[in-house]
Design a protein around this ligand. Sequence first.
Ligand code: 4AD
Ligand code: MG
Length: 460
Amino acid sequence: MKRTRIKTILSSEKPIDLVLIKGWVRTRRDSRTFSFIELNDGSCLNNIQVIADDLLKNYEQIKKLSTGSSVSVKGTMHESPGKGQKWEIHASEIEVISLAPDDYPLQKKRHTDEFLRTISHLRPRTNKYGAAFRIRSKLSYAIHRFFQDLGFTYVQTPILTGSDCEGAGELFQVTTLDIDNPPRSNGKTDYQNDFFGKTANLTVSGQLEGEMFALALGDIYTFGPTFRAENSNTSRHASEFWMVEPEMAFCDLAEDMDYAEKFIKFLVDYVIKNCAEDLELFAKFVDKTLMSTLETIGSKKFIRLPYSEAVTILNQSGKKFNYDVFFGADLQTEHERFLAENHFKQPVILYDYPKTIKPFYMRLNDDDKTVAAMDVIVPRIGEIIGGSQREDRLELLETRMDDTGVSREEHWWYLDSRRYGSVPHSGFGLGFERLIMLVTGITNIRDVIPFPRTPGSIEF
Ligand code: 4AD
Ligand code: MG
């Protein structure tokens, strides 16, 4: 007999004759002649109630079923007299697969997020984390849906790379050299003897490689893990996170911003339509303003605001920030959140940033001071997307590389793309975890990643 998921049972219109369900016991309570078992199998938020009567041959064993135990239940579906739930199961057979001892850490009470992080291997069994990771899965699918429906090609860019796309130097180096005793020449480590014959690191972004494919296939996207050794222990930064990076040939900054807005709106709408039950948990218990935030994102056109005007607004706001704001300052989360949460109360796309605070590949504007960069800023999170029109003019790109200390030699292949049939093109990167934070109201990035990696923390 085939196992039926609890989700299928709970959403069924009519009773199914005989069902086999398997899952983990959330709670058990006994009456005089019955045992009531709340069972969850992870397929949906809700448990199903299983009723075991004392005529079952292993009833004594059933009465020992503890929270966290795993069972297999054969039974029939009946309309539930209790409110909230359409169906319950009257068991004809219960097999105890494994009995969890009393020290099972997830007893029926509210646990803090901090505690649950210490048991990342068990936290997906809680309502909140089960819901968060089901939403994460649905959003992954929605990302592919969005781009595939628009005719984009999915490209897998390398995880091991020699380049530092963002030029911020926040790299995890990868080596097979004996780090206690590396080969040396001229007083330095000799990487010619390293695995790849030169230094290598984990990618911080698939963009540069993505551009090569956009300049061949037109519209592409990447979706994969990225790694940054930023030593910033914040609630919005992880050392390993996932990024979605579309890249569009024959596309300027204005169109790039339009794509970004359309993308976020699609994803928010997708979650509202396809994850209603899980979303309700977050709207009830995590962030009471969640649904109105999501509705605002869906209905309001995102503001477009030049960086220089944002600087003026921030300086005239009368609000005291920890970091000063001036033309050339890197905006901090406090500034971004002030703009999106307090000033505009909706998503804002800032554009035309000073070239001094942005990477080498962004297209220089005619003012020679700013580049065609854009960041999408949303309430509660701050920056969720960073993107730009790329510098497509060979000479200007070379100058920018020299000015920012990016090696032309190492990027000979990137420069080639501006030599042979260069065209205007643009793209952006969406932080996948920040998107999940946005749609769930979860405030710490550690709680939307199955097994988070942050400075000083790589358990599991
Ligand atoms: O703004 P970033 O650094 O842009 C890029 O990497 C470009 N190459 C993207 C492109 O144009 N193709 O990163 C993009 C997004 C950020 O807006 C943020 O949402 C997320 O990636 N991000 C992080 N998310 C979690 N932890 C971190 N340490 C992150 N760093 C960036
Ligand atoms: Mg950025």
